[in-house]
Design a protein around this ligand. Structure first.
Ligand SMILES: [Zn+2]
Ligand SMILES: [Zn+2]
Length: 275
């Protein structure tokens, strides 16, 4: 037996799972962040930058520290959920891994989390709760690493909306573990895209049905610059319905897609970051 195996066998199961998950999530975060950052620095991407401005070394350091905490929290929470067998019924039945169940679970998770995110994000921007969300707004100009930069408390609220909700729903209707896994992966990748500060949608996106429902990168970039408004995650429909969408969003998005964005990181619509 190798010394490491011996050590691991002496560690309780949950701790071992958390350490293993922590390592896996750390590697995933590092690989995705490095690749995305390299892609964001290509000439094509730099031309489509939404917010003009540099990322300071202090921002980089703060986001790196926050990301390490977030990855550790994710690992501990997922290990505890798996160890308590809270999601066990999900993969127990082969019929529940059929394409229909996977798709239904994914779709349910997508729609539910858009609502959960909007509501909690808007609450985080109130005077009473902004302290919990301040870590994420270290970034005025965002970068792929910003997708992992949250306070521990905010991350727990986000996990409550994904893993917590799946565990709760699973008590009444079995949820597909694969559907949840696919959602969590997509959530992370789309979050990296939303924080890339590179307008990834084509010029005509705003005139399409997809553009009427889903956001372009500029949507979330504007949230980081102005702080008030654009509380939605990947869809703009809730912000539009509740009057929190900026009237110039489409103009900013199109300008960035043309490589002509003039948005400065110094422009703040209302100071303070709270409603
Ligand atoms: Zn953000
Ligand atoms: Zn915010």
């Amino acid at each position: 037996m190798f010394p490491l195996d011996l050590q691991l066998s002496l560690i309780p199961g949950t701790v071992r799972s958390a350490l293993f998950l922590w390592g896996m999530l750390l590697v995933r975060g590092a690989v995705v962040t490095v690749i995305a950052t390299l892609l964001c620095n290509t000439r094509w991407a730099r031309r489509r930058a939404v917010v003009q401005g540099a990322i300071s070394s202090s921002q980089l350091r703060k986001e790196l520290v926050a990301a390490l905490g977030v990855v550790a929290v994710d690992a501990v929470v997922i290990a505890l959920v798996l160890h308590a067998q809270l999601l066990e019924t999900i993969s127990a039945s082969p019929t529940l891994d059929g394409a229909l169940w996977v798709t239904a679970s994914f779709a349910l998770m997508f729609v539910w989390f858009e609502i959960w995110f909007y509501a909690t994000h808007r609450l985080f921007h109130t005077r009473a709760l902004f302290w919990m969300h301040r870590t994420h707004h270290v970034a005025r100009v965002t970068q792929p690493l910003s997708a992992l930069s949250f306070s521990i408390l905010e991350r727990l609220v986000l996990l409550a909306g994904t893993v917590g909700a799946a565990v709760l729903v699973n008590r009444f209707v079995p949820v597909s573990l694969r559907g949840l896994e696919i959602y969590l992966w997509l959530n992370y990748i789309l979050n990296v895209a939303a924080h890339s500060n590179v307008e990834l949608t084509p010029r005509a996106f705003g005139r399409s049905l997809l553009g009427a429902v889903f956001i372009g990168t500029s949507f979330h970039s504007l949230h980081h610059v102005r702080l008030i408004g654009h509380y939605g995650l990947f869809v703009r429909v809730i912000d539009r319905a509740l009057g929190t969408e900026f009237s110039d969003y489409e103009t900013v998005r199109e300008q960035a897609a043309r490589g002509e964005s003039g948005l400065s990181a110094a422009v703040v619509e209302r100071p303070g970051g709270v409603e």
